[in-house]
Design a protein around this ligand. Structure first.
Ligand SMILES: Cc1cc2nc3c(=O)[nH]c(=O)nc-3n(C[C@H](O)[C@H](O)[C@H](O)COP(=O)(O)OP(=O)(O)OC[C@H]3O[C@@H](n4cnc5c(N)ncnc54)[C@H](O)[C@@H]3O)c2cc1C
Length: 384
């Protein structure tokens, strides 16, 4: 039988899975199997080589439009890639987490920018940061103050951002800034794509409790951004950010579900198989399986309709519960292995990381609020 064409692979994620499996079974990515680096910069560098290999061989170039330098396909292709990598214990490069969040809004709201810049990210040659949160604007994103003031040919940006994931080393920053009046709340926000080496822009690392420099502060001191670097229209930033968050909550949950299933397998192989341990692992399996089932539906909906709306908050909650539950169990069941063994660094780092899953992408309390108001349409609480 002849090999499927690019168009056939792009049109059908099952065909893509077959092609991807064949490629992986030939051993091309085996050097990365079970690899892990505590140092986040080293990890990004090493995994960037895998992104490049996947893209240049073709199998990692699906899930993105041809116009952006890729081979076509959509969310289901990305979901398939994450699934096949994690099934084999191959790390899902950090790049994909950021790409699945920042790529879709760029493709939809700024196709010209996607055409010019997305390919370097897809090839693993650079990664970008997402700078929305501020020291006093996290859950309440509509209160952000970093300002982009219109000037001749573009905007001047002044202000501060915080908690930008993988901000250190990011080549570009996707910035959400205020263009309206201070009182305009969600109506006065605009999104930009900014080169991190623009004069006046400074990135400072923040180490997480696990010791990794995963986050960063970003400072803007009169940074000039040309109008062509705006993503969408002026003051349209809130709608685009909401579009983006569906991917950050939905497709990311699917990505993490694959990783968690793999780590659960490792946990099951490592712990002493007492009845209590087996029962606990069985419960964790159900949590991760529920997360996978839900996130699979979300990935399908994103592929069919391009959006899922506020329902992605459910995925985010399930992810938080599964990840925190699993790493708490690892800490209790692994005993000395968690504290001192050969794999202790990794388990402990993952335990610390799991504390963040109920915060990033919108804190769990905020997700419950969204579900109550916008999914279940519950009546508002009476004012006290
Ligand atoms: C690992 C990690 C990665 C991150 N990556 C990024 C990134 O790349 N880009 C970016 O822009 N941001 C990023 N963030 C920031 C993240 O989006 C914010 O931390 C999050 O939105 C919460 O905001 P906050 O930290 O200001 O907490 P706050 O909003 O101050 O919340 C503090 C507490 O109060 C609760 N709370 C707040 N409002 C309500 C309410 N209305 N009802 C009930 N409870 C409420 C919260 O749930 C939380 O428990 C990241 C955070 C982490 C931990």
């Amino acid at each position: 039988m002849s090999s499927p064409t690019q168009a056939e692979i792009a049109a059908d994620a099952d065909v893509y899975r077959t092609v991807l499996r064949e490629w992986l079974e030939e051993g091309h990515a085996d050097a990365w199997r079970d690899s892990y680096q505590y140092d986040i910069e080293a990890s990004i560098k090493n995994n960037g080589k895998l992104v490049k290999l996947l893209f240049e061989s073709g199998v990692g170039a699906y899930g993105w439009p041809v116009e952006a330098g890729a081979l076509g396909g959509g969310s289901l292709h990305l979901a398939t890639l994450f699934d096949e990598l994690s099934r084999r214990g191959i790390p899902i490069p950090e790049h994909y987490g950021v790409l699945t969040t920042l790529g879709p809004p760029l493709v939809r709201y700024a196709p010209e920018l996607a055409k010019l810049y997305l390919a370097a990210f897809l090839r693993g040659e650079e990664w970008w940061g997402q700078s929305f949160s501020e020291p006093e604007a996290g859950s309440d994103m509509a209160s952000l103050r970093c300002r982009a003031t219109p000037v001749d040919g573009g905007y001047r940006v002044n202000g501060q951002k915080i908690w930008t994931s993988h901000g250190v080393g990011a080549k570009k920053i996707v910035l959400l800034a205020r263009t309206g009046t201070p009182e305009s709340r969600h109506r006065g926000l605009t999104l930009f794509l900014i080169d991190s080496d623009t004069p006046g822009l400074e990135i400072r690392p923040i180490a997480l409790a696990n010791g990794r420099n995963e986050l960063a502060e970003v400072f803007f001191d009169d940074v000039f951004v040309p109008t062509e670097r705006r993503i969408g229209a002026e003051d349209e930033g809130w709608a685009i950010a909401m579009y983006l968050l569906q991917f950050e909550r939905g497709l990311w949950a699917w990505l993490r579900a694959g990783v968690l299933m793999n780590r659960l397998g490792e946990l099951a192989r490592t712990v002493e198989p007492t009845d209590a341990a087996k029962a606990r692992i069985g419960e964790l399996y159900l949590d991760v399986a529920a997360l996978r089932a839900r996130a699979a539906e979300t990935a399908k909906e994103l592929a069919d309709n391009g959006e899922v709306g506020p329902g992605a908050s459910v995925d985010k909650l399930l992810l938080g519960a599964a990840e925190v539950g699993m790493l708490n169990a690892a800490r209790e069941l692994l005993g000395d292995t968690f504290l001192y063994g050969d794999t202790a660094d990794r388990w402990r780092e993952e335990w610390w990381w799991s504390r963040t899953t109920t915060i990033y992408g919108g804190a769990a309390e905020a997700q419950r609020q969204i579900i109550a108001d916008r999914v279940l349409n519950l009546p508002k609480e009476p004012r006290k």
